[in-house]
Design a protein around this ligand. Structure first.
Ligand code: URA
Length: 426
């Protein structure tokens, strides 16, 4: 088979056969197909899209590029995945919460992509935390602790590992078929029974409009269900940060607050709703209301926080060890009015500028930098009131980040913030 022909067929809007897709993914995995041809293919898909049949086959081929885990125990297994956002730290508290409710959570997570933060980068702000587990280590932590959050090792969907990094630097991230195949190849390879997808829309998400997010959510649910996993999606707001903190160490601290029952209302609510959905999907609870009540008990008793600390321990880290936070610099509003709009993507960029995210492959992160958002959409603001706080030890970098953060908040007439959960797609 000829790779150039596969690329040009897709470029010209043709539907690819199962054989063509299998040939392409096999060749990319065994490195007989180089990055430049795969980049051209990704760009062709970006412009021409794929049918649901093609996306399902592409996902299956990416799953087949590696191993598929299984969980033979009595407990159901489940996971959630977010399409990425600013301040989205839900996974870190969701995994131990579900583990406390007798659901196993073998969570394979990613690093920052574009302007969005990554769960693995956040967890690595805990000194000693190892994300790069072998499949055997991953299995034994899940079996012992009920949950583990790790990176995809060489054995899990290796085709996605390479393609994900390639898309990040070739402008091909916001393509629905490529996002679906990327997310679901890792999630289905985890061998889970149920999956909930948190599909973000808004200024800090890859999907800028609710309509695009709905298209992505429907395709994810469709393809996930076809591949044998009970899949649902929630479309949630990313027009302002989730919670108050954006960064790495500061987001771990906020995750601990959530499990102490002291977290910000929005991120706590979303965490409970996503967990609740999975408890119902796995048949552990019969309604979201009873699920949320059970989850709240695990927070109130301290069991969920204890479970997170145990998970961190089994990954080589210590949740109770101090995490350095950069020096605080207040960001002031120079106008009075209401927070009318937040350029959430600029907040993500400010964290990257301070070294909390990557500008190129392999960049080392500064886990101590971050932003605390003191104002939310619709809040009334006085001129000279602090609207945010930047954490950074380097004063020159902090000054630049402060400008970016100030420019992210648009002060104007009063506005109603979008609903936190816009829609659920079953
Ligand atoms: N998360 C992923 O794992 N892949 C994408 O393409 C986007 C978000």
């Amino acid at each position: 088979m000829n790779v150039a022909r596969i690329i040009s067929d897709k470029r010209d809007g043709q539907t690819l056969s199962n054989e063509q897709l299998a040939f392409l993914i096999d060749g990319y995995t065994n490195k007989s197909i180089p990055d430049y041809q795969m980049a051209a293919f990704a760009m062709a898909v970006y412009f021409q899209g794929m049918t649901t049949d093609e996306t399902t086959t592409l996902t299956q081929c990416m799953i087949d590029s590696g191993e598929r885990l299984n969980w033979p125990g009595q407990k159901p297994s489940a996971d959630k995945h977010s399409t990425g956002g600013i301040g989205d730290k839900v996974s870190i508290s969701l995994a131990p919460l579900l583990a406390c409710c007798d659901v196993e959570v073998p969570m394979i997570s990613g690093r920052g992509l574009g302007i969005t933060g990554g769960t693995l980068d956040k967890l690595e702000s805990i000194e000693g935390y190892r994300c790069d587990l072998t499949s055997d280590e991953f299995r034994s932590i899940v079996n012992w602790n009920g949950c583990s959050i790790a990176g995809a090792n060489a054995g899990i969907a290796p085709a996605d590992k390479r393609l994900y990094a390639l898309r990040d630097v070739t402008g091909t991230v916001p393509s629905i078929p490529l996002i679906v195949a990327s997310i679901l190849s890792k999630k289905v390879a985890e061998g889970i029974d149920a999956l909930v997808l948190d599909v973000k829309w808004g200024s800090g998400a890859f999907m800028k409009t609710l309509d695009r997010a709905r298209d992505l959510a429907k395709e994810l649910v469709h393809v996930g269900s076809r591949l044998g996993v009970k899949t649902t999606a929630m479309i949630t707001d990313m027009n302002q940060p989730l919670g108050r903190m954006i960064g790495n160490a500061v987001e771990i601290n906020e995750s601990v607050d959530i499990l102490k029952g002291e977290g910000p209302a929005d991120v706590t609510e979303l965490t409970l709703q996503l967990c609740g959905k999975l408890l119902v999907q796995t048949g552990v609870e019969s309604s979201i209301a009873s699920a949320v009540a059970r989850l709240q008990e695990t927070i109130d008793s301290g069991a969920a926080l204890e479970r997170l600390a145990q998970m961190v321990n089994s990954h080589g880290g210590d949740l109770n060890a101090g995490r350095h936070r950069g020096r605080a610099h207040d960001v002031f509003s120079n106008e009075s009015g209401h927070v009318n709009r937040i350029h959430n993507d600029r907040l993500g960029l400010a964290v990257i500028e301070m070294g909390g995210g990557r500008k190129k492959l392999g960049d080392q992160l500064d886990h101590s930098v971050g932003i605390e958002c003191l104002a939310r959409l619709g809040d009334s603001i006085e001129s000279s009131q602090p609207i945010a706080r930047v954490f950074c030890d380097n004063d020159a970098t902090a000054a630049y980040a402060t400008e970016l953060v100030a420019a992210s908040f648009v002060i104007g007439p009063a506005t109603q913030p979008p609903n936190l959960i816009a829609e659920t797609i079953d």
